[in-house]
Write a protein that binds this ligand. Structure first.
Ligand code: NAD
Length: 487
């Protein structure tokens, strides 16, 4: 098989198999071909992974932060050296075009290892608190064994975005990729060993919704970081609360992107296309509710239609392809179902709306689709579609659009395009979301915090903020005189 790894799991520095686990087929979404067969972790594999992480964490945490940082930076270098090979694997695993994976997937993982490797020497610094004679100090300490659970849209990036901040402060990790995209994380685990990571510090086990709870409920796990949908987030947060575990939740969204009539229209269309069609629309922070001010609606839609119809959709392994298939048959069916709902509920179909006729019938392709005249109560304006379906809604003024943009249970992201910078800042200030963009969209460099509010989750990934979510403070009070008591 095209992408068969040596075994399903990577534990304690080596590949491990247990064929008693349910079969997981990895399918190349562009053709439907099975490219690897793996097994879900059995309870014995889960125990082995957590035991190895627990043992290795002590050794890893005892190393100096500088030494830990060196390992992470070396991992970043190796990922960059193998970018082509890793990107090809990511394309097979997800169906995303090589044109994207080569710039956005392994490289973004490498950025995370480079960033956290770089800040390592200062990441654990504490503070000194004078108390007039007595004094206190704080130390930043790791949590212990952290579990990472990934979604299928950015498998390698998620494995790195969770692994890098967890590891830099001296935690160990057991990472479970999505059952839909099981391959990339295994390579990240291999690379970390090659970079000098002690065995057992970063383990990967396969599995699905049956396996996840075994990790989340395990008494030796101190923290769970999930990237997934809101319903899964609710279950995982509830289970983690049972054990009073630390939690980071990176969940879904239905983010607003507001285009005022003074905006550079071409630039706003670029933002809207990036925020709806990149990764075939399978991006959590997508600006899927595009609010366009009435005065520029017709101009915006005409040019958007023209540019959308020029998107090159097809074989993701060809360098020129700009859009690949959906990740799975199930996701394609879900997206096509939403498109039908959009038509039935009265939205105007501007372009797309079905299956492209220029690509193989076996792949999970969907046309990039634009609906206009979408109203706030339509299903396509309320629910996360997670496919290349853009909803354009029109608005009259700032107060109105702000109220409508915020009337969503989600709060992951949002954006505004305008030439008026004070309006831009005023609007983002009032948008209820964790990550916002002005005159651009969906850029998530590792230097900036990323995460959601409301039902889109809590905690932040990337940036120095992530360090706080993978560590805690220990406070030490130092008595300098005699200890006195009233007894
Ligand atoms: P999903 O919720 O179906 O699955 C996510 C992961 O959780 C998978 O690994 C799955 O096996 C696991 N899982 C499922 N049930 C579980 C349980 N009860 N306990 C423990 N683990 C469990 O999500 P998906 O379909 O893989 O990904 C798409 C969703 O992810 C979308 O909603 C998208 O918005 C979201 N997402 C969010 C971000 C972000 O950073 N905010 C990024 C990417 C994707």
């Amino acid at each position: 098989m095209k992408a068969q790894p040596p075994a399903s799991h990577f534990i304690d520095g080596e590949y491990v198999e247990d064929t008693d686990g349910a079969v997981i087929e990895s399918i190349y979404p562009a053709t439907g071909e099975v490219i690897a067969k793996l097994h879900a972790a059995t309870p014995a594999i889960v125990e082995k992974a957590i035991a190895s992480a627990k043992r290795a964490q002590k050794e890893w945490a005892a190393m100096s932060p500088m030494a830990r940082g060196r390992v992470l930076k070396r991992a970043a270098e190796i990922i960059r050296e193998r970018n082509r090979e890793l990107s090809e694997l990511e394309t097979l695993d997800t169906g995303k075009p090589i044109q994207e994976t080569i710039v956005a997937d392994p490289t973004s993982g490498a950025d995370a290892f480079e960033f956290f490797g770089g800040v390592a020497p200062a990441a654990m610094n504490g503070s000194h608190i004078p108390l007039g004679g007595d004094w206190a100090y704080t130390k930043r300490v790791p949590l212990g064994v952290c579990v990472g659970i990934g979604a299928w849209n950015y498998p390698q990036q998620i494995a790195c975005w969770k692994g890098a901040p967890a590891l830099v402060v001296g935690n160990a990790m057991v990472f479970k990729p999505s059952e839909t995209t099981p391959l990339g994380a295994l390579k990240i685990a291999e690379i970390l060993i090659e970079a000098g990571l002690p065995k057992g510090v970063y383990n990967v086990i396969q599995g699905d919704r049956e396996t996840g709870p075994l990790l989340v409920n395990h008494p030796d796990v101190a923290k769970v970081s999930l990237t997934g949908s809101v319903p899964t987030g609710r279950k995982v947060a509830a289970a983690a609360a049972g054990g009073l575990k630390h939690v980071t939740m990176e969940l879904g969204g239905k983010s607003p992107l507001i285009v005022f009539d003074d905006a550079d229209v071409e630039s706003a269309i670029s933002g809207a296309m990036l925020g709806n069609f990149y990764s075939t629309g399978q991006v959590c922070s997508n600006g899927t509710r595009v609010f366009v001010q009435k005065a520029i609606k017709e101009k915006f839609l005409a040019r958007l239609k023209e540019r959308t119809e020029a998107i090159l959709i097809g074989d993701p392994q060809k360098e020129e392809t700009q859009m690949g298939p959906m990740v799975s048959w199930a996701q394609r069916e879900k997206v096509l179902g939403y498109i039908e709902k959009g038509k039935a509920e009265g939205a105007t179909l501007i372009t797309g709306g079905g299956i492209p006729n220029n690509v193989s019938g076996e792949g999970y392709f969907v046309q990039p689709t634009v609906f206009a005249d979408v109203t706030d109560n339509m299903t396509i304006a309320r629910e996360e579609i997670f496919g290349p379906v853009m909803c354009v809604l029109d608005f009259t003024d700032e107060a109105e659009v702000l109220e409508r943009a915020n009337s969503s249970e989600f709060g992951l992201a949002g954006g505004v395009f305008t030439a008026d910078l004070s309006r831009a800042h005023r609007v983002v200030d009032q948008l209820e979301a964790g990550t916002l963009w002005i005159n651009t969209y969906n850029l998530c460099p590792v230097e900036i915090p990323f995460g959601g509010s409301k039902q889109s989750g809590f905690g932040r990934e990337n940036s120095l903020a992530a360090i706080e979510h993978y560590s805690e403070l220990k406070t030490v009070y130092v008595g300098m005189g005699k200890c006195e008591a009233p007894y």
